[in-house]
Design a protein around this ligand. Sequence first.
Ligand code: NDP
Length: 344
Amino acid sequence: MMPAVALGTWLGNSSTGRIAPVGYETEQAVLWALEAGYRHVDTAWSYHVEDQVGRPVKTVVDAYNLLHEITTTPKLWNDAHARSAVVPALRASLAQLQLSYVDLYLMHWPLGQFENGSYDSTHYLETWRGMMDAQALNLTRSIGVSNFNKVMLESIRAHQLTKPAVLQIEWNINLQQPGLLAYCRQHNISVMGYTPFGALMDKRRADSPTRIDDPQLTKMAAKYGKNVQQILLRYAVEMGVIPIPKSITSTRIFENIEIFDFQLDESEKWTLRNFDRGYRTIPQLKWSDHPFYPFEKMPEYTTTTTTAAASTSTVNTEKSTQQVISEVDVNDKSARMNFRDIKI
Ligand code: NDP
């Protein structure tokens, strides 16, 4: 069991652009979130805000005796991928969070990097063994992974290591990854969806296949007296994905959890399914030559509904809903031209 929505705390994606943690904005956001009813906060060593998450959580837990109700999920950074580095890294996060253990600890990426940015080729299975060590020491009750693809998950299974309780991936209407979701359902792995608004609101992303003012989305929102962001989050929940909306704006933090008083009907869910373009907002192409880069490298694509070249985007390793419908194999180079001309 875990809460159906988590607050995001990465400040790299803010409506005023990338902002650096200065000491209180995340702290304030977490306090608002706890007040609004969030019971899960997603964070990471690399976000440099674990202390800002820890302070308000501790204050509220102590004041209202909510020790077993509020959960914080930190993530292991890429520079601690040696098996022996995992437990010390979690201990450092726990110190920042002022906790003696967490319910869930995630491996942020399957790929390792040294502090100077050069690649560490430690295998992710070795790092996973370090995660298992942390669990054996009761520093975390569950362990999971983030940004793993199906082959990587299968590799954990094939080596009969502890099954990840959670997979955290980018998930939004433009990147729905139906195959990966089905795999996780089959193996009882919970899915947390990061960047739930995709690139829909980012004015700098001219290549975004969908915008927040898309008429189909605004019509649906008007029907329920909600905004489009709430429709997107509700859809995630209905697809069995735990969305992680991030905001440091109080009104939005409250709005983003007001999604449990309505239900989308089947035809609306089909409409939303059809927005899947296999479009990745955060492809991290800078790591694309790492041996454990998890995503397909495909820097350019177009569909019938968008003509702009997506120079900073990749198409996911698996087929999107539309690709499945059109039976086009993006891995087949000869089919790529056809992919550009998909008729939906
Ligand atoms: P989101 O999809 O959550 O979008 C965040 C942006 O949306 C911010 O600009 C925020 O503005 C704005 N926003 C939030 N709610 C609303 C609303 N109701 N109306 C209008 N604008 C809104 O993106 P993130 O990339 O931050 O992803 C969410 C979280 O997922 C991260 O914070 C992090 O915790 C996690 N994550 C994990 C990754 C991983 O590799 N595992 C990678 C990326 C993210 P503002 O804050 O200014 O209000």
